[in-house]
Write a protein that binds this ligand. Structure first.
Ligand code: HEC
Length: 186
């Protein structure tokens, strides 16, 4: 009887399955890095091209139509779910989950304590692996995410607001935490 109980406890623990070895964590961190960088590269190449062609007036509507399909295309290619999310959203479709919001808030806390922020790998109750990494604001993001009337022109802001009436994603400084990458491996 006692042995049976012990066996059942072991089985229950194994069924939870929400633990991975340090080596696996490292592998997911490497994959997550690679995928987020490839997605960033794909998005910024298109964005830079459109900015050259017609500035924010051309690049913003382009992002509005192309950012999510492009991310989806890379998700299919890598067989994962790639998401960019933020506590100050532009596109409501990118809304953070509770866990993503916790991760963002924790990064804010670490930044305010002047601590290092690094990617996170964890397993959820369904045994899906998650990779999270900070997205920091760079100088070339300011034209569309910086302070209005300083980096974001009033005209650009009105284009943004016409496409995203509830936009919260302006007013950032260079180096600020803009959001996170959230990649799910199923
Ligand atoms: C030409 C204007 C433009 C530039 C430059 C730009 N963005 Fe954006 N950004 C947008 C638009 C438009 C969206 C909404 C895209 C969508 O509809 O999915 C967006 C969405 C995002 C999101 C997704 C979360 C959300 O709020 O919807 C992140 C993260 C982000 N941008 C970060 C950056 C970073 C980092 C840079 C610089 C490397 C940058 N952006 C440069 C226009 C821009």
């Amino acid at each position: 009887m006692k042995n049976l109980l012990i066996a059942m406890v072991f089985m229950a623990l194994a069924a939870c399955g929400n633990s991975i070895t340090d080596k696996q964590k490292q592998e997911y961190a490497t994959k997550g890095n690679e995928i987020s960088q490839a997605t960033f590269k794909a998005l910024s190449e298109k964005l830079t091209e459109q900015m050259k062609l017609g500035g924010p007036a051309q690049a913003i509507p382009f992002c509005n139509v192309e950012a999510l399909p492009l991310t989806q295309q890379l998700s299919d290619q890598y067989d994962v779910t790639i998401k960019r999310t933020s506590d100050k959203l532009r596109n409501p479709t990118n809304k953070p989950s509770l866990r993503e919001l916790e991760i963002i808030n924790n990064y804010h806390k670490l930044i305010s304590e002047k601590k290092e922020i690094t990617p996170i790998v964890e397993v959820d109750n369904n045994n899906n692996k998650h990779y999270y990494a900070p997205i920091l604001l760079k100088a070339n993001c300011l034209a569309c995410h910086g302070k209005v009337d300083e980096f974001v022109t009033v005209k650009t802001d009105s284009i943004i607001k016409s496409l995203y009436p509830n936009d919260k994603a302006v007013g950032y400084n260079e180096g600020d935490l803009r959001g996170i990458w959230s990649i799910t491996f199923e």
